[in-house]
Design a binder for this molecule. Sequence first.
Ligand code: CP3
Length: 354
Amino acid sequence: MAELKNDRFLRALLREPVDVTPVWMMRQAGRYLPEYRATRAQAGDFLSLCKNRELACEVTLQPLERYDLDAAILFSDILTIPDAMGLGLYFEQGEGPKFEKVVRTEKDVDELPVPDAASDLDYVMAAVSEIRGALSGRVPLIGFSGSPWTLATYMVEGGSSKDFRHIKKMMYATPEVMHALLDKLAQSVTHYLNEQIRSGAQAVQIFDTWGGALSGPMYQEFSLKYMQQIVSGLIREYDGRRVPVIMFTKNGGQWLEVMAEAGADALGLDWTTNIDDARRRVGDRVALQGNMDPSVLYAPAERIRAEVADILARFGTGNGHVFNLGHGIHQFVDPESAKVFVDAVHELSAQYHR
Ligand code: CP3
């Protein structure tokens, strides 16, 4: 494997010194880029793009051609696991993900297999090794998965949801069924992430997009607990290097203290928490990743730079910050604004790393 030329991202996740603050963007390969839309059209649709190793590699690298990013993220989706469990994932134009089969009863849960990541999700592993080879050490490659709770929301609701009606009913009315489903998902995610690490992922992120829809006690029992189970089963060193784990619960800012105890190296932060407060609360237990509101990218360049400067000043000096957006980049953002953002992070952060 090629020597890693830029390891700022991995170093910051481990709270080691860096020259400038590393930066990447959640959903950095996506519809805001015209070249992404062209490759997706060539593939036919989004899922075919995920399943084609050359094209998945091509779109992963597209944002790195435009911007001075410090990490690449595997082009795939969190819903590959439920698809491999036999639920039949499909996307309807403009409507988000949907499943042909939903999971609502104890019998539904019992019948779900734990996928064999190496064979059932071989197309994901093929994309990981293809991308890792194509990067040839330029920047590290991030692998990822959804959290058990977040995956379960899609499986039980049958797609995206605003009120989580069915899954919350399952959680409160039949908690043992909910736990059985989450346990199966935690096993599946652990195998899946370990296989990504063996295939070439150098850090992994767990996306808990919907953990913030729970009450505090329910978050700990139904989301955090299973992420903790995953983290404790992950390969933490590979090829002589630590493989950092980032845990991102959107809207989880109130629970940082318990999240910091879960065993992850870093916590992702959305924009609803001030990063200076977050840093005080987690201390030196974990690094922090975030947390600019993605909507700032609709503003003029000077406003974007001011917002980057503010977040850097709030974090202050010392180690353990990876700059990112607080959630995925929006599809209507001008690609030039993303360049202003990435360049501002490097330029304005040097003063904090002397
Ligand atoms: O960050 C990256 O560049 C890597 C790729 C990535 C995608 N999905 C590609 C994608 C990652 C990390 C994800 C994770 C994902 N997928 C999450 C967790 C992160 C988050 O955003 O909260 C979730 C909840 C999903 C499920 C999912 N996949 C939804 C709700 C949708 C529809 C979104 C929309 O904007 O329409 C998808 C589809 C999807 N996944 C797209 C991309 C680029 C858009 C598909 C397209 O090209 O039309």
